[in-house]
Design a protein around this ligand. Structure first.
Ligand SMILES: Cc1ncc(CN)c(N)n1
Length: 220
């Protein structure tokens, strides 16, 4: 069994089933998700992508072979640029500006997820860092593919689905999976990789759930 399949089986399989059943996700395809929840999601995701881009740069710095260094560095720049472009156009359609995103600030789940990713990528081993960022690629690719089968009657949601269900995004994810499967991990390190992978999978579910409930800080 490949390392990536092992990670998925232990850390993602059950969470993924709960993600595709989540009302935020089903609401995207049947068009019932309210725009306020989607606006919260895109706003929070704009904050998340800033940290994610830095996390990928840290992974690039830790990579042990040149191809992986340039792949993660490229993703930190290019993959993020594509998502940022999507966000800018979706935010514009929702009547929001980058200043509104800044003013909203990052919510509790976004802050927790960004902090976790940053901590693992800054202090863990290269393999641990890869395991922590992998669900961000993989879950979105699989959710995108799944949703693309039905798309959405709402053009905003259809645009979001088309990005993550695209062949371009699939190719990016396949590259990262190939790198994951060449990692040389010791026994204790393997366990830590499983923990990080499972934790960031849970954060992926929590991110959608926070948007669905428009979760705010309980005190200010
Ligand atoms: C929370 C989250 N996770 C993953 C992705 C896809 N890179 C994203 N845009 N946002």
């Amino acid at each position: 069994m490949t390392f990536s399949s092992e990670l998925w089986d232990r850390g993602a399989a059950s969470v993924y089933e709960q993600i595709v059943r989540h009302p935020f996700i089903t609401g995207l395809t049947d068009g019932t998700l309210d725009h306020d929840a989607f606006q919260y999601f895109i706003t929070q995701d704009s904050h998340y992508l800033r940290a994610y881009s830095r996390a990928l740069s840290l992974v690039a710095g830790r990579a042990t072979d040149e191809d992986a260094v340039s792949m993660f560095a490229l993703h930190a720049a290019n993959a993020i640029a594509v998502e940022r472009e999507l966000h800018t156009s979706l935010l514009g359609s929702l009547g929001l500006t980058p200043a509104d995103v800044d003013a909203a600030g990052s919510g509790p789940t976004t802050t927790a997820y960004m902090s976790y990713l940053t901590a693992v990528c800054a202090t863990g081993t290269y393999a641990e860092a890869v395991a922590a960022v992998l669900p961000c690629y993989w879950i979105y690719r699989d959710v995108g593919r799944e949703l693309l089968k039905r798309s959405s009657p709402d053009p905003l949601y259809a645009k979001w689905i088309a990005t993550y269900g695209s062949e371009e995004f699939d190719a990016v994810v396949e590259q990262v999976l190939a790198v994951t499967d060449t990692l040389d991990v010791g026994t204790a390190e393997r366990e830590r990789c499983h923990q990080h992978f499972a934790t960031t999978c849970r954060y992926e579910w929590m991110f959608w759930d926070a948007a669905y409930h428009k979760l705010d800080w309980p005190v200010r």
